[in-house]
Design a protein around this ligand. Sequence first.
Ligand SMILES: [Zn+2]
Length: 219
Amino acid sequence: MLKDHVYDIFFPAKCPLCQRVLSQDETDLCHTCRKDTDEFPKPKYKISFVADYRAMWYYNGKVRHSILLYKFYNRRSYGAVYGRLLAMKLQSKPLCDYDILTWVPVSRRRRWFRGYDQVELIARSAGQELGTPAAPILKKIRHTKPQSRLPDFSRRKANVMGAFAVSDPKQVAGKRILLIDDIITTGATVSECARILLTAGAKEVHCAAIAALNKDKHR
Ligand SMILES: [Zn+2]
């Protein structure tokens, strides 16, 4: 459509990892970033209450920069790209069979300030690609400090304890859940969400994130 064409001229798609304008034969990522960005391997350590998890990339360098732009500098369009790429990773290396795809929500306050829930956008895009629409299962019932400002696992765990609730426990009873988050560092947030989901009757909880840290010392 002409409208799309005009839009592309003024707002050309950029690679979310290096911010370079994509050429016509590049989709979502530029060739260089697709080749050079290390995939996150199968994790070595467990996260309490989480059956298994995967991340797409290591949380460092240009991946970290990209996610910071996405979360704090309004690069909203990155969410759809992250979601599509995460879905492709999950299709090529299936994590689990699941009944429900959902995400770690932000508080209403943070959503209001940012204008969007950054993980919801990723989950909705991934869900569309996987053919399983993302369902709003969890809600954040109190505002918490950003986990990144807290130095260790214990404090991060305390920060999120009791911060989430399941909207409708009947929806999750006996179900296998795929929980999407943006970054897994210590795993405290996804662990708390998984605990709440299991308490509500979920059968098992698997997690998938855009990026993760692979550091035992944080745990
Ligand atoms: Zn790039």
